[in-house]
Design a protein around this ligand. Structure first.
Ligand SMILES: Nc1nc2c(ncn2[C@@H]2O[C@H](COP(=O)(O)OP(=O)(O)OP(=O)(O)O)[C@@H](O)[C@H]2O)c(=O)[nH]1
Ligand SMILES: [Mg+2]
Length: 613
């Protein structure tokens, strides 16, 4: 038998390629309602209705085969069989957005000209129908000379027909090449073809245009965006409280049960002081993480996120970046790693480098537990009027501080290290959609699972190692266990460096393991105080109460300021090295972020002390 055939999914960004890929192969590729979601190729397997097994590749969206950005280059190379170590695809499945036909037909013609066996998936026909667009796939098939199969990837409609068409896709003649016919001619042809295929169009399309008039208005738009963000941070505190309290009570119960059931000794201490106090102190933030992501995912699926990018474009231009940087920066609110990878959709290398360098300043979700524990302990839970909670307001301010810091740094970098002019912004705005609950649920489950897996692996490991270093060598009677331990000695050394910015020994101690994952700052403090406790009651006290009795308000604020800027996670440095091909830029990033964190924490501490807080 000949080798297994390969197919590639190609098309414009946001056509639904990844959704189709997921539906056919059962994969869980990220899909979201804005262009530039997929930046790498991804393969999976599925079986055609004929029983033939086939390998399918999902590709980043592109506007043409002469690539202008790193992600488009992947697409262009794979399609032409020039991607190292990968066989040329035997069949192309060109995915078109039916409600955006004219635009998507431009790239489709270029792909058809390659002369490969091709099938067109006329995707999102549900949206076209909703907008009152009646299409004739037959006309389109005739114009293009290949089978055209209407599909709705997210409802699995048309998949069987698509499979059949792929199975019987035949050889074709190559059309006029890239150089023979220009983009303009393809546009004219696309216009004609779309007009022939569209049987009728209603006025419903105007409804969304009027929504855009408000949301993209230069005055009303930013106000709405600001209001939405504000609500999110209020919700993170207000809605999570009952769930977080429940989890905290559970952790407390576990601690008391183990203490009562096990004989006193080192093993019990490891379980109560290390695992339960340490890891438990992080796990209680699961509700906050889930609420934050519920908003982010809903904004992504509805199409609002792309509008936000559009609004930010003007602001970004002032600091020398384009709106294209917005999506990578936004992804960095989940985690800087996918954020830095998403910069592959930025074509200008200096634009891209600047975006990579400032991405760690976006507040990643690993910082949320650190912020939340300190805010809950030191900022009173009261309203500042109009139902606005002070705690949510402080959290909002910390996120804003990160964004402003990033903009300021971008401004400086674009005038020095990565000098250059801002490039233009082209991004088609996706259609509005109501987020599907099942997609939302899957997305939330994935985020929750990532968080819990981190707690069970990296946070668990680092906490246990830290507990060991805190527990040995054993202290003499009357001596503090923490001071006597290896970790305590290291921390006392480091404390000299961070004393000028108001940090004590325990804060210094938390900074080192937090390099592995930021949440460990929380578990490290919890474990330190559990080891340091003089009796069981003190050991079981909640971390918030421990902090309140041991830190002053200026110290707490300085610690928060540190975490806004500090480059605390190794994986971010590693991904920066990979994406910039060397150690120069990660080293630069590390140095400037540490410097900034030190200055910010110091300034915060001394201003707070001077203000008598
Ligand atoms: N209503 C409807 N929505 C769809 C359909 N197919 C995809 N979507 C939605 O359209 C959006 C874009 O889908 P993706 O699969 O991420 O698009 P993509 O082509 O992979 O985009 P890039 O990776 O950016 O190139 C997502 O919000 C999907 O849920 C469809 O047939 N009908
Ligand atoms: Mg995709």
């Amino acid at each position: 038998m000949s080798r297994q055939r390969k197919i590639a999914l190609v098309g414009n960004p946001n056509a639904g390629k990844s959704a189709l890929f997921n539906a056919l192969t059962g994969a869980r590729q990220k899909i979201a309602n804005y262009p530039g979601v997929t930046v790498e190729r991804k393969s999976g397997r599925f079986t055609l209705p004929t029983g033939e097994p086939i390998e399918m590749t999902d590709l980043p969206g592109a506007y043409g085969l002469d690539a202008t950005s790193p992600d488009e280059e992947v697409t262009s190379k794979v399609v032409r069989g020039q991607f190292a170590g990968e066989a040329e695809p035997d069949v192309l499945v060109v995915v078109l957005d039916a409600s955006n036909l004219e635009q998507h037909l431009v790239f489709a013609q270029e792909l058809l000209a390659l002369g490969k066996p091709t099938v067109v998936a006329l995707n999102m026909i549900d949206l076209a129908e909703r907008d009152g667009l009646v299409l004739d796939p037959g006309v389109l098939a005739e114009e293009l000379g290949v089978p055209v199969i209407p599909t709705v990837a997210v409802r699995r409609r048309g998949l069987a027909e698509l499979g059949e068409a792929i199975a019987s896709a035949g050889q074709r003649e190559a059309g006029p090449g890239l150089t023979d016919i220009g983009q303009t001619e393809r546009r004219v042809a696309a216009h004609a073809m779309a007009n022939a295929a569209i049987l009728s169009e209603s006025r419903q399309r105007r409804l969304h245009a009027s929504l855009d008039k408000v949301l993209l208005n230069p005055w009303a738009g930013p106000l709405v965006l600001f209001a939405i963000l504000f609500v999110i941070f209020q919700a993170v505190f207000a809605w999570a409280t009952p769930f977080a309290d429940g989890l905290e009570a559970g952790v407390g119960f576990l601690h008391d049960s183990v203490t009562a059931l096990m004989p006193a000794g080192l093993v019990r201490d490891l379980i109560t002081e290390g695992i339960i106090a340490g890891v438990g102190s992080v796990v209680v933030f699961l509700p906050q993480i889930v609420i934050l992501f519920a908003f982010i995912l809903a904004m992504e699926a509805s199409g609002y996120m792309a509008r936000a990018a559009f609004l930010m474009d003007r602001l970004m231009a002032h600091v020398g970046l384009s709106g294209r940087s917005f999506i990578p920066l936004l992804s960095s609110f989940a985690c800087a790693i996918p954020g830095i990878m998403a910069t592959r959709s930025i074509s200008d290398p200096k634009d891209r480098l600047t975006t990579i360098l400032i991405a760690p300043m976006m507040t990643c979700s690993a910082r949320l537990p650190v912020y939340a524990v300190i805010i809950a302990a030191f900022i009173p839970n009261r309203s500042v009027g109009l139902g606005v909670g002070l705690q949510g307001l402080v959290l909002f301010a910390l996120y804003v501080a990160g964004v402003l810091g990033a903009m300021l740094v971008a401004l400086i970098l674009r005038r020095s290290v990565t000098k250059g002019a801002a490039s233009g912004f082209i991004m088609e705005l996706p259609k509005y959609q109501l987020p599907r609950l099942s997609d939302l649920a899957i997305g939330l489950w994935q985020r929750a699972w990532i968080f819990l897996r981190r707690a069970g692996t990296i946070i668990f490991t680092v906490t246990v190692v830290l507990w060991l270093m805190l527990s040995f060598p054993r202290a003499n009677p009357g001596e503090s266990q923490v001071d006597a331990s290896i970790a305590g000695k290291v921390a006392n050394g480091l404390a000299v460096v961070v004393e000028p910015i108001g940090f004590n020994r325990d804060m210094a101690l938390a900074l080192i393991p937090a390099m592995a994952a930021r949440e460990v700052a929380v578990s490290s403090l919890a474990t330190t105080y559990a080891v340091d406790a003089s009796d069981e009651e003190e050991e079981a006290a909640e971390l918030g109460d421990q902090l309140q009795s041991r830190w002053t308000l200026p110290m707490a604020l300085a610690f928060l300021a540190w975490f806004v800027f500090a480059p605390q996670c190794m994986s971010t440095i590693a991904v920066t090295r990979r994406e910039t091909n060397g150690w120069k830029w990660p080293a630069f990033m590390l140095a400037y972020l540490f410097g900034l964190a030190y200055l910010a924490a110091g300034a915060t501490y001394w201003v707070a002390v001077a203000a008598g807080l």
